[in-house]
Write a protein that binds this ligand. Structure first.
Ligand code: NDP
Length: 460
């Protein structure tokens, strides 16, 4: 007994040294990529117990290989604005891992996009996609193009130019992009149209998040937000709680936020706040989602418009203030690093019981520590927001079979997938001695499947 403990401890030290060494190499090879380093650090630290228990992954150099993208594509995107002026943006596609399926991950259009952001998203996507149980590898793409304030024609010309380069690198069995921040049904439509024209073939499965009239899946629009709420619901159920009568704060008012608000409300919660990149609204009676949908999805205006129609509500400038609203459940659904240590402490002080990350990496590493140290139920992004990509994989399956499932069928599959992700994450956290820590559990469960596939496929 004593001997085995000593062996385990020494394995733990070896594993820790190994992980730290690989992390140092990553930082040296990818200097100044802070978001990427942050995502890598979180995943690497969670995997120490795996290497301690199963040194074979260390010996096979799985981590060094997994963290180095299979392919990185950076390209020029020239387009003409409505004034006839030439504009130049930069496009990215990181084809990170094809160990368990074609590269799969969204495209983000936002002025903040750079190689660090695309790589952090791509690296996380490998483990997230693995967790879904679907046969999809990891990838991510985007551009520093800012869709805000652009006309429909400008958006179309940009999307066409972006796809004119990207098309040669993707395909239904190669790499299947989808939407993300700044890329919704409209943009996917323009990109699909251009891909089809260039290929001269109707390859429906090349992009997901398409309109339902031309190969899209019912419930894909709702999937990430609904999935996040399904996941949090499992966390709550395990502790004898539910969404019923809980006060919820959701950040963002885009695709993920809107459908998280919808499902949480259906589950009996009262959602009192949401935001955009300018500020947030607080409606103590519960947000009117129809108004939010119209302002953000149809009129594409600022969330501040909401208070004009609901005078009892309040609007505040700035993004971080939303976390000072007392709530039982917080669902960050806007962007990376939107909850820092200070905001996390305020949430805890105000009695938050559960956090579900709808956005990717919305909590800083310090904020995650605050939640875990205070025993707050914490659903990490990789697990909690995997519903979007899971239904994207279902869209690919429907495209291959040339059929369409009903909304109820897809929603039921999504729900079951989210339950499975929760259970896998719990199981892995228990098996590796971190019971209840879903950050560690989700990372390990996602990692093992990819690592095993890599072991089978040899040094590639
Ligand atoms: P959208 O572009 O539809 O919406 C993003 C929302 O977040 C907008 O309301 C935007 O405001 C707001 N926002 C952006 N930056 C900030 C900020 N600093 N503070 C507050 N609000 C901000 O994107 P999605 O809803 O698709 O994506 C949101 C998050 O979810 C991202 O992290 C994305 O990677 C992640 N995600 C998305 C998936 C999907 O299926 N779409 C799948 C899995 C994860 P504004 O209107 O001012 O731009």
């Amino acid at each position: 007994m004593t001997l085995s403990v000593r062996v385990e401890q020494s394995n733990e030290v070896t594993a820790k040294n190994y992980v730290n060494e690989v992390f140092e190499t990553v930082k040296k090879r990818n200097p100044n990529e802070t978001e990427f380093h942050q995502a890598v650090e979180e995943i690497f630290q969670s995997l120490i117990p795996v290497f301690a228990k199963q040194p074979k992954y260390m010996e096979a150099g799985i981590l060094e290989r997994m963290v180095e993208p299979e392919r990185q594509i950076i390209f020029r995107v020239p387009w003409v604005d409505d004034q006839g002026k030439a504009q130049i943006n930069r496009g990215y596609r990181i084809q990170y891992s094809s160990a368990i399926g074609p590269y799969k991950g969204g495209i983000r259009f936002h002025p903040s996009v750079n190689i660090s952001i695309i790589k952090f998203l791509g690296f996380e996507q490998i483990l997230k996609n693995s967790l879904t149980g679907q046969p999809i590898g990891g990838g991510k793409g985007g551009s520093d193009f800012d869709p805000k304030g652009k006309s429909d024609n400008e958006i179309m010309r940009f999307c066409q130019s972006f796809m004119t380069e990207l098309f040669r690198h993707i395909g239904p069995d190669v790499d299947v992009p989808a939407g993300d921040i700044g890329v919704g049904g409209r943009e996917v439509g323009y990109m699909f149209g251009q891909y089809k024209r260039l290929r001269g073939a109707y390859e429906a499965g090349v992009l997901t998040g398409k309109g339902v009239g031309y190969g899209g899946s019912l419930a894909r629009t709702e999937a990430t937000g609904y999935g996040t709420v399904y996941f949090v619901n499992e966390m709550l159920k395990d502790k004898g709680m539910s969404f019923e009568d809980q006060t919820v704060v959701v950040s963002g008012s885009g695709n993920v936020a809107i459908y998280a608000i919808e499902k949480a409300t259906q589950f009996g919660a009262k959602v009192v706040a949401c935001s955009d990149s300018n500020g947030y609204i607080y409606d103590k009676n519960g947000i009117n989602l129809d108004t939010v949908k119209r302002i953000k999805e149809v009129e594409r205006k600022r969330i501040s418009e909401y208070v004009k129609e609901h005078p009892e509500s309040e609007y505040y400038e700035g993004c971080t203030g939303i976390w000072s609203i007392p709530c039982d459940i917080a669902l960050p659904c806007a962007t990376q690093n939107e909850i820092n240590e200070e905001s996390a402490n305020i949430l805890v002080k105000n009695g938050v019981k559960a956090i579900g990350e709808g956005a990717n990496m919305p909590s800083t590493l310090e904020a995650i520590d605050v939640f875990l140290n205070n025993n707050i139920l914490f659903g990490p992004a990789k697990a909690a927001n995997a519903g979007g990509v899971a239904v994207s994989a279902l869209e690919m399956a429907q495209n291959s079979a040339r059929l369409s499932w009903t909304f109820e069928e897809v929603d039921a599959k999504l729900h079951q997938i989210m339950i499975n992700i929760y259970q896998q994450s719990v199981k892995a956290s228990e098996e590796y001695g971190y019971s209840g820590n879903l950050v560690v559990g989700a990372n390990i469960a996602g990692f093992l499947k990819v690592a095993d596939a890599m072991m089978f496929q040899g040094l590639v």
